[in-house]
Design a protein around this ligand. Structure first.
Ligand code: G
Ligand code: G
Ligand code: NA
Ligand code: MN
Length: 256
């Protein structure tokens, strides 16, 4: 309960939130293609707290919407600053909670924030898991459509672990699909099944016109092997860890 009170107080001004950014690279060109925004809580006593710890707490205590709004503000501020510094922006992926996704007028609200900041909605990718759509596919498709109509791109996160309904994939206005890192990790243990799953997801995604991302790539061997499945976009500790905005700027300075 103490941590919940501290989270509530911190979200009043958001001053304890820090955004880290993790690059996504093209295997082929080695270039930075986009980055995922990952929030952290800079706690005065406990140091950096992982979202794995405080997001479930925020969800339980009704703080997930204020937290999500703070994250959006931080990312928009960072992008605005990068643009003012003359850097060529890359799309930034933001993880969406179910509460945000189902919030009435969410797409229009974020669109307005971006417009106020002079930024294009094409610079934002929303990452969401299929579990958000569970049992409410029809309504979920309508929300996805409103996000897409507003110019945002959608990425299906942790793909392959949830209750994938392959039938809705053909109607979903998604841009990319991120193969869950458990399948990438399994590449090391030579299991035939994980290879078969990666190959199947990659070819399905391509057939449907979706961009495929491999997440959680930790080794050179995994990086190389993804070439066999013609997977170009890669995210993971092998290529780059999530870093604070100040360090991420170095990636934006690199030639593209
Ligand atoms: O960065 P880390 O691996 O500790 O993140 C743990 C989990 O927190 C991941 O599932 C990630 O998607 C989630 N997460 C990170 N940043 C955000 C955020 O800004 N909003 C939401 N809803 N989830 C986030
Ligand atoms: O659930 P989601 O896919 O959004 O989770 C993203 C989380 O995965 C981030 O918190 C990030 O820190 C973590 N992550 C990113 N790359 C790697 C990696 O190569 N290995 C592992 N174990 N975690 C990673
Ligand atoms: Na994610
Ligand atoms: Mn993921």
């Amino acid at each position: 309960l103490a941590l919940e009170t501290q989270l509530r107080d911190m979200l009043e001004d958001g001053s304890g939130l820090v955004m880290h950014y993790q690059p996504l690279f093209s295997r082929h060109s080695g270039c930075l293609c986009s980055a995922e925004a990952l929030v952290r809580w800079e706690h005065p006593v406990r140091g950096l707290i992982s979202p794995g710890e405080f997001i479930p707490l925020a969800e339980r205590s009704g703080l997930i919407l204020p937290l999500g709004n703070r994250v959006l503000e931080c990312v928009i501020d960072d992008m605005k600053r990068w643009q003012q510094q003359g850097l060529t922006p890359v799309p930034i992926a933001i993880n969406l909670s179910a509460a945000q996704f189902w919030q009435t007028g969410f797409a229009a609200g974020v669109r307005q924030k971006l417009q106020d900041a002079g930024l294009s909605p094409r610079l934002i990718i929303f990452e969401l898991t299929e579990s958000i759509l569970l049992d409410r596919h029809a309504q979920g498709l309508a929300v996805l459509q409103s996000l897409s109509d507003s110019g945002f791109r959608i990425s299906l996160d942790d793909f392959g672990t949830g209750y994938s309904s392959l039938s809705y994939l053909q109607n979903i206005p998604a841009y990319s699909l991120k193969i869950d890192r458990s399948f990438i990790t399994a590449l090391d243990s030579q299991t035939r099944s994980s290879r078969a799953i990666i190959a199947a997801i990659a070819s399905l995604a391509r057939e449907l016109g979706l961009t495929v991302v491999a997440e959680g790539v930790e080794t050179r061997r995994q990086w190389d092997e993804l070439g066999r499945y013609a997977i170009d976009l890669v995210q993971g500790f092998y290529a780059a860890r999530p870093v604070p905005a100040e360090s991420f700027i170095d990636w934006l300075h690199a030639p593209r």
